[in-house]
Design a protein around this ligand. Structure first.
Ligand SMILES: C[S@@+](CC[C@H](N)C(=O)[O-])C[C@H]1O[C@@H](n2cnc3c(N)ncnc32)[C@H](O)[C@@H]1O
Length: 270
């Protein structure tokens, strides 16, 4: 993730409970979409910069008659794609700025996507309310307590439901976030969980991204009572010549850039 510098930036402890994310995404929604809007589209469902599309991957399973919730949805491109296919899907995000951007995309598309402003750690939904929850790079990287997201997802999922989340592949944290040659040499320990943090001129955390190892993600999912069924590591397709921040064809040919975790809520008696 590339974020415009707002002061001191680097790997450092963060005095942050995840609230910095809301302010940052409110303030940078338009800038983010100016930079990445062409890649994200208006009503397209891509899991990651590698370009893996839900219509080819089918990671959400059969959605016929299912209720679907996207958390950390940003401008709701994925939910919009699902709804165009008749899926009962709702997009949620903590940032009013990103949801305002979702409304603007709705105006372009001529759609009315159901939007819910909510922190993925505190969803205003009843227990067992939905069949599928997913996010493509939303919420989890931006909170210090991802376990709280997994617990909340487990609560709102009906037994047998599915939780699918895409994050930066944990191995990437050992490398500089650089799409070029420099990004091919590991310079940090994969095991160092120190977050990437930007601090504003007043010393407050303006932006924070949190590193978890593969094992951390697995333990977060299973501690919430969910069963991990797959970890998808999309390969960089030869026809994808795009660069997105630190993701590029050069690096994609050598090291994974995305991990998509697929988990299930255990049905009773399983
Ligand atoms: C990289 S965007 C992902 C959204 C979309 N898939 C995209 O690629 O643009 C990250 C999103 O996560 C949201 N987010 C950050 N922390 C969150 C939280 N605690 N709960 C819900 N959403 C959160 C941000 O507001 C932002 O819209």
């Amino acid at each position: 993730m590339d974020a415009p510098g707002l002061g001191r930036a680097g790997y450092q402890p963060a005095d942050d409970d995840g609230r910095a994310a809301r302010r940052w995404w409110d303030g940078h929604a338009e800038e983010y979409l100016d930079e990445h809007g062409d890649d994200l589209g208006v009503a397209e469902f891509r899991w990651c910069p590698e370009g893996l599309r839900e219509d080819e991957a089918g990671l959400l399973g059969d959605l016929d008659g299912r209720r679907v919730l996207e958390v950390g949805a940003g401008a709701a491109q994925c939910t919009r794609w699902l709804r165009a296919r008749g899926v009962d899907a709702v997009a949620s995000d903590v940032s009013a700025g990103m949801l305002a951007a979702a409304r603007r995309l709705d105006a372009v598309a001529g759609t009315t996507t159901p939007l819910l402003q909510a922190d993925a750690r505190r969803l205003p939904l009843a227990d067992d309310a939905v069949d599928v929850v997913f996010t493509a790079y939303g919420a989890i990287p931006f909170v210090p307590d991802a376990d709280a997201v997994h617990r909340e997802v487990a609560r709102v999922l009906r037994p047998g439901g599915r939780w699918v989340f895409a994050v930066t592949h944990p191995v990437r944290w050992a490398f500089p976030d650089d799409p070029g040659e420099r990004g091919l040499t590991a310079t940090r320990s994969y095991f160092d969980r120190t977050p990437y943090v930007e601090v504003d001129d007043d010393g407050a955390v303006a932006y924070a991204e949190y590193h978890r190892t593969v094992g951390d993600h697995v333990r977060g999912v299973t501690a919430a009572g969910l069963r991990l069924v797959d970890v998808v590591e999309p390969e960089w397709p030869p026809d994808n010549g795009r660069t997105w921040g630190g993701w590029s064809p050069l690096r994609g040919a050598r090291i994974p850039g995305t991990a998509v975790f697929v988990a299930r809520s255990e049905p009773p008696g399983a």
